[in-house]
Ligand binder design. Structure first.
Ligand code: SF4
Ligand code: SF4
Length: 347
């Protein structure tokens, strides 16, 4: 048990993970459905959880709007590495005689919930496995934060029939989240409640984080349909300027109304393939709540300042994205012909 546990953890580290842990059927007992390892493998006994770091320099360029492509490509790279580590681990453990199921890092959904994949329930929650096994801890945002990279990680997991030795959650004193609430301040959609707590019990240990509002908030903004903050002073990387509603129930209709304009905008550069998105593809435009959360509070504060002073994104006729001042943004969109302008804002 000790040897195969050590080897599996070492493999994940060798292939690019910065933190690795083990969760088991017992340490996940009592958790929500997405911690039921037997959902993907009836003989499951354990899961290896790990985090792949994102490039911090590219995140700085993301917030200052000096480069969209650098972090976008790095994000795809980290996701592919996380999915690849899961596949390599499943292959290794399988050859050692333990049936194992690799999991993709993102974009996998359960189909049997009332709205199928559109409810966005994952087969297995990487987040719960990560906090229970000590890969990281929950911040207020509900994102998993690691000690060295903060929220700037992509999580992955593999489920296995091997009996592995569980690792402990991180001690409460190691959680650097100081409730600075910058994760809520950089969320244009208001998805993170920020006041009321949600909690989960895994193997007899309680974990808590902020409640979330309806997930269509994040779908609407992080999905790139719109991106202009209500203040009008800054935006995500989306050139959309459609209004952001106040109430949960208004988000889904708003999203549906902007699918046409979204599809008809020029799409250039990299894309993430995702079956729940119109055209099966999505650009990366936000992730702010995750990316702002550096372990050093001064870095968080600087990133926030840089973001709110970075201006708003407009799209040029060739599809390129450009950050301009809020006033210039208004002028550029007002100067478009009516058909083009309708791709970005309501008449
Ligand atoms: S941004 Fe601040 S409040 Fe939000 S998770 Fe990070 S440390 Fe916690
Ligand atoms: S990804 Fe963006 S829209 Fe979604 S919760 Fe985070 S900050 Fe808000």
């Amino acid at each position: 048990m000790e040897k195969i546990t050590r080897r599996a953890m070492e493999l994940a580290q060798c292939y690019g993970a910065s933190a690795v842990g083990i969760a088991t059927i017992d340490t996940l007992a009592g958790g929500p459905p997405s911690t039921d390892l037997t959902y993907v493998l009836p003989t499951a006994r354990a899961a290896i959880s790990f985090a792949v770091p994102l490039n911090q320099d590219d995140i700085e360029l993301w917030f200052s709007k000096k480069s969209h492509a650098k972090h976008f490509k790095d994000n795809i790279r980290a996701n592919v590495i996380a999915s690849g580590i899961s596949l390599e681990l499943a292959n290794y453990l399988g050859q050692k005689g333990y049936p194992s199921i690799p999991l993709t890092a993102n974009t996998a959904y359960r189909e049997e919930s009332p709205n199928g994949r559109y409810d966005e329930f994952p087969p297995i929650s990487h987040r719960y496995l990560a906090v229970r096994s000590g890969v990281g801890f929950f911040g207020l945002s509900g994102n998993v934060l690691t000690k060295s990279e903060g929220g700037a990680v992509i999580l992955g997991s593999v489920v296995t029939a091997a009996e592995l030795k569980p690792t402990d959650p991180l001690a409460a004193g190691e959680n650097y989240c100081d409730l600075c609430r910058l994760c809520t301040a950089v969320c244009a959609s208001g998805y993170i409640d920020g006041e009321n707590q949600a909690s989960v019990t895994l193997g007899g240990i309680d974990f808590s984080y902020s409640q979330k509002r309806h997930h269509s908030r994040c779908d609407y903004v992080c999905g790139g349909f719109t991106g202009l903050h209500k203040s009008g002073k800054w935006s995500t990387w989306s050139p959309g300027r459609f209004p952001i509603p106040d109430k949960d129930e208004a988000f889904y209709p708003a999203l549906i109304n902007t699918v046409g304009p979204y599809l008809n905008r020029p799409h250039t550069g990299p894309a993430i393939f995702n079956v729940i998105m119109p055209g099966d593809k999505v650009g990366l435009t936000c992730g702010n709540c995750q990316l702002i959360c550096h372990p050093d509070k001064e870095v968080r504060k600087r990133r926030y300042k840089v973001l709110v002073e970075s201006g708003v994104v407009v799209q040029n006729p060739d599809g390129s994205l450009e950050a301009v001042t809020p006033e210039e943004g208004r002028k550029r969109v007002a100067a478009m012909d009516a058909e083009t302008r309708a791709l970005y804002e309501s008449n």
